[in-house]
Design a protein around this ligand. Structure first.
Ligand SMILES: Nc1ncnc2c1ncn2[C@@H]1O[C@H](COP(=O)(O)OP(=O)(O)OP(=O)(O)O)[C@@H](O)[C@H]1O
Ligand SMILES: [Mg+2]
Length: 139
């Protein structure tokens, strides 16, 4: 899988997420950075669907609800740190238990609140390239 791809539609981005999902094994943290509307949630639809944890249309932005949990046995957590400014806020997410069992934890705006996480990490950056073009790069 290429470290960098340029997509030209939301479908291409979700398809790339499905490919990425094949390479993810719990426990793992997927940390996404990128401007508003760069496609983080769109990419996560593909990742979660690729993991078999939910359908694409069940994956929505947790901007206000903060944390979504998908799947049964293989737990997939999807959180958005956009509104997280300090450790107290982070604690309100209730993510403590997440690390009890191996799972897949996917964070949007992960740079907002840098943390020491106990699991291997995959860092992904999304950038607008104008129109519907987006560059997705894996660190
Ligand atoms: N190539 C593309 N890849 C991903 N999304 C695209 C692409 N082209 C257009 N879009 C559109 O851009 C928008 C991306 O929104 P999305 O919610 O995924 O971004 P986000 O990075 O999660 O934003 P936020 O920071 O607000 O959570 C969607 O409306 C999507 O349809
Ligand atoms: Mg989003």
């Amino acid at each position: 899988m290429a470290k960098e791809v340029i997509t030209h539609s939301p479908e291409e981005t979700t398809n790339w997420g499905r490919e990425l999902a094949k390479r993810l094994a719990a426990p793992v943290l997927v940390l996404l950075t990128g401007d508003l509307g760069s496609g983080k949630t769109t990419l996560i639809k593909g990742i979660v669907a690729g993991l078999g944890a939910a359908n694409e249309d069940e994956v929505t932005s947790p901007t206000f609800t903060l944390v979504h949990v998908y799947g049964n046995a293989a737990r997939v957590y999807h959180a958005d740190l956009y509104r997280i400014e300090n450790f107290h806020d982070f604690e309100t997410l209730g993510l403590e238990d997440v690390f009890d069992k191996p799972g897949v934890v996917i964070l949007e705006w992960s740079e907002r609140f840098p943390l020491e996480f106990p699991w291997p990490q995959v860092r992904i950056r999304l950038e607008h390239l104008g129109g519907d073009a987006r560059r997705i790069s894996v660190e």
